[in-house]
Design a protein around this ligand. Structure first.
Ligand SMILES: O=C(O)CCC(=O)C(=O)O
Length: 266
């Protein structure tokens, strides 16, 4: 494993997140932005609503890959999956779900401090999110903030984080904003603590997020049976997830990709 990769791996273990950039080239960013516009236009038309009105209300879409070939191709991005596998320490990853989170110019809400896994019906803490920036996401534009090392804290129960604020006390100042240019990605651990402020700029803040978990992770409805994705699971509790709705990548993820965590965009 090259030194750069070893360093990023160590940083991920210590902090709970790393920035990989660029993960995709500018052409792919442009393709994804176009696909978002086309897809949002189609969704707005389905409910007979002007696009601007639709985008002033709807800001998050899940399982976009099932509707759009461009996002589907991105979700199956070999290098992203290989990096996820490397960070989790598994050979084969499964997609839990993807989503688009968009904060419009001078808009969007604060996403309060939370950790992801307690809110997922997944038993094992063996997952990472690949948060791919489709715009230059500065701190002013609503970059995510992380509490370094928070992923090492013990597992907590699921909380209604929209209504139950996490109080950091003296530690609040340790939180770090993680700005990322378009085409770069933040990989973060499923137990990392993170938040994001509204977008205070005149530009859009769009991110495409793919959640990769160890393919051996199992369904645990006791943890978060209310999660909308739970309705897609057809296997009994304690089983690995059914494959159609939760596709796997690997085991032939290119070994070379692991050596390119910091390397060139594909
Ligand atoms: O896009 C954001 O601001 C929040 C994203 C998030 O919470 C996540 O990727 O887990």
């Amino acid at each position: 494993m090259p030194e750069s990769t070893r360093e990023q791996r160590a940083q991920f273990d210590q902090q709970g997140h790393i920035v990989v950039g660029p993960l995709v080239q500018r052409e792919q960013v442009a393709r994804l932005r176009r696909a978002f516009e086309e897809q949002a236009t189609a969704w707005a038309a389905e409910i007979d609503t002007p696009l601007d009105d639709y985008l002033s209300v709807v800001s998050q879409w899940t399982n976009v890959w099932e509707h759009n070939a461009v996002f589907r191709a991105q979700m199956f991005h070999q290098r992203a999956a290989a990096i996820a596998a490397e960070l989790i320490g598994c050979e084969k990853v499964r997609v839990f779900h993807d989503h688009l989170i968009v904060k419009p110019p001078h808009g969007g809400d604060t996403i309060p401090w939370h950790r992801d896994l307690p809110n997922w019906p997944v038993a094992e803490p063996r997952a990472v999110s690949c948060w791919l920036a489709l715009d230059d996401v500065t701190a002013e534009a609503g970059a995510m903030r992380f509490m370094p090392g928070g992923h090492k804290e013990p597992m907590t129960r699921s909380i209604d984080f929209l209504n139950e604020a996490k109080a950091w006390g003296d530690r609040e100042g340790d939180a770090v904003p993680v700005p990322v240019p378009a085409g770069s990605a933040i990989f973060h651990h499923c137990l990392s603590w993170h938040t994001s402020p509204p977008n205070a700029t005149a530009g859009w803040r769009r991110a495409y997020i793919t959640i990769y978990m160890d393919a051996a992770c199992t369904f645990d409805p006791e943890r978060a049976g209310w999660h909308p994705v739970s309705g897609r699971v057809t296997v009994p509790p304690g089983s690995v997830f059914n494959e159609d709705a939760f596709p796997t990548l690997g085991p032939d993820l290119p070994a070379a990709a692991l050596a390119r965590v910091v390397g060139g965009a594909a």
